[in-house]
Design a protein around this ligand. Sequence first.
Ligand code: HEM
Length: 230
Amino acid sequence: MTFDPESANKAEGGAYALKIFQATLNILSHLLIGIVVGVSLIFSFRNGLPLGATMLHIVLCVVGYQLLMAEAILSLSADNGWSGVLRFRDKRRAHTILQVVGAALAIAGSFIKIIDKTRNFNTLHGRFGLVALVFTTVSLVNGLTSLYAFEWRRFCPGNISKITHICFGIVAFAASSISLCYGFDKVFFRMWASEAFTNALIAFTACFTAIIIINPTINFFKKSYQLVSK
Ligand code: HEM
């Protein structure tokens, strides 16, 4: 086989362009997370302390899902800024800590509002919140079996445990973002933030959610294909 420097250069250029594209998407997702979480916090604390049940619910859910769980998913991606320098073992540690703390805040935030209401899950916002809550809990338990996949291989084959963990995590995060969009759609939020800015926040949420779940979705299909073709 002869070495063709021109096509090798082209391939290198293509891979470099893809790296720049991925790095741009990564920085964009951090920026959008910052805006969405920041505005939600400003909204919740606008009347000062102490926070009522609804405002506390917003703070805990948004910080839990859209800040900590989003960063937990991003931490494992090869193109992520802050976790890029970490060894794989430390990336996994960061992922576990962020996921456990994020899930704890999100679960607490959801229950504060569930207990506060007399009739439950009668809105699309609440129903998607419930889906996020259930999948987050399952994904947390399932995450442990993935972490100790080698030790628990007799009870649960490693690959299946990882594939289901990725799948449950994607569903949980996507459902939480849909719930957040329905939360922004509430009249009292639209009146405070204005129509145009609320629509922009919903678009930002859709955008960073899509960027964040691209990598795990590709991984999910790759791992499923490997399992089936074995
Ligand atoms: C990731 C973000 C969020 C999640 C996962 C979430 C989840 C939930 C859940 C599980 C409930 C209880 C539903 C029920 O028992 O019927 C609820 C209720 C509620 N949430 Fe959220 N929430 C989020 C963000 C927000 C935001 C940003 C707002 C407002 C700006 C908001 C306002 C409300 C209100 C007013 C209720 C009571 C009315 C209803 O059930 O629709 N939430 N939320």
